[in-house]
Design a protein around this ligand. Structure first.
Ligand code: UT7
Length: 322
């Protein structure tokens, strides 16, 4: 398969580190030096599905396809206002598509999980065009009195349109079951029979464990996808890493012995937008002409699970109208 369209959208509400320090015991200096984040976008009056629709429509605009040409929609999402139906079902109707949809909850690695599923559908000959959309509002999962988590995240959506081609060179997915490192739990509806204790709380994260697993997992996955494709770190032009912490990106960059020019980042302005971070960054770079025809891209992400995923692909330039 190959990517023929990209799109992204973010909420209008900007939340700076200074704004957080008015109601939390935190400050711009701590957040900037420990994470790289200066501000993030947070959902206010928008609905997540509107952001996702904008990202999908923008991705379609850069192709010659219409919504009816899409054979399958794969939606990467952790939470939204619906428990059921899946967010992809809601988005399919809004977009005017008629194909089946499936939701993937691979946490921050969900976009690459979704790409891998799309790849399998292409290889089995069941689809000609697939739309992958990642839409996330982690801000709705946080305890906004907990400075150790709520300062890290932001909301947004990113999408890609895929068609038949041979640009993807390799994938690697893993899950190491470790829910205690990063999780949120909520109470289900009352029944007259449940008599067990059911926790109900916002996100809980062991930041230092996640940091170490992220670095180890990403390096392992990147090595795997490069080995599979017989590619060295020098032959990768752009490392699009999950935007969780600039220090995580820097540690991986140093291990790969590559310059910052190969490690684009926008965590400064968006924070960690979960699985949307890579497609949002890809869209921004592609529209700014920063990815050239034939460039090789490595993507790598990690998140609750503990899931990790990476892939390697060659870029075919997209002509954007605006
Ligand atoms: O998509 C995957 C999602 N998660 C991640 O990728 C997170 C990975 N982990 C991290 O990015 C880092 O571990 C954090 C940014 C979460 C934390 O950075 P750290 O360098 O590991 O700090 P720490 O947890 O060791 O905390 C150091 C200190 C503590 O105070 P004491 O115990 O030393 O007095 C914290 O209470 O910093 C304090 N602290 C804060 N101070 C000001 C924690 N959060 C804040 C804050 N402002 N927002």
């Amino acid at each position: 398969m190959k990517i023929i369209g990209t799109g992204s959208a973010h909420p209008k509400q900007v939340v700076t580190n200074e704004m957080l320090s008015t109601f939390l015991d935190t400050n711009d200096e701590w957040i900037k030096t420990r994470t790289g984040i200066q501000e993030r976008r947070v959902i206010s009056s928008e609905r997540l599905e509107d952001l996702a629709l904008e990202a999908m429509e923008r991705a379609l605009q850069s192709t010659k396809l219409t919504a009816r040409d899409i054979d399958f929609i794969i939606c990467s999402n952790v939470v939204n206002e619906y428990i059921t139906p899946g967010l992809g079902c809601v988005l399919q109707g809004m977009l005017g598509a008629t194909c089946p949809t499936i939701d993937v909850n691979g946490a921050c690695a969900g976009f690459i999980y979704a790409l891998d599923i799309a790849d399998a559908f292409f290889k089995s000959g069941r689809v000609k065009n697939v739309l992958v959309v990642a839409a996330e509002e982690p801000s709705r999962m946080m305890d906004w009195t907990d400075r150790s988590t709520c300062v890290l995240f932001g909301d947004g959506a990113g999408a890609v349109v895929l068609t038949e081609g041979d640009n993807f060179e390799s994938f690697s997915l893993t899950n190491t079951s470790m829910p205690e490192a990063l999780y949120q739990r909520h109470k289900l509806q009352y029944t007259p029979y449940v008599d067990k204790d059911e926790p109900d709380h916002a996100v809980i994260m062991n930041g230092q464990d996640v940091f170490k697993m992220a670095v180890r997992g990403s390096i392992r996955d990147l090595n795997r996808v490069m080995q599979k494709a017989n590619v060295t770190p020098d032959q990768v032009d752009h490392y699009l890493l999950h935007q969780a912490n600039i220090r995580i990106i820097d540690t991986i960059r140093e291990y790969m012995k590559q310059g910052w020019d190969k490690f684009p980042h926008f965590i400064e302005k968006y924070g960690n937008t979960s699985s949307s971070s890579i497609p949002m960054l890809l869209d921004e770079m592609a529209r700014e002409g920063k990815i050239k025809d034939g460039d090789r891209i490595a993507m790598s992400a990690f998140g609750a699970g503990f899931t990790t995923a990476a892939c390697l692909l060659k870029w075919t330039e997209i002509k954007y109208e605006e």
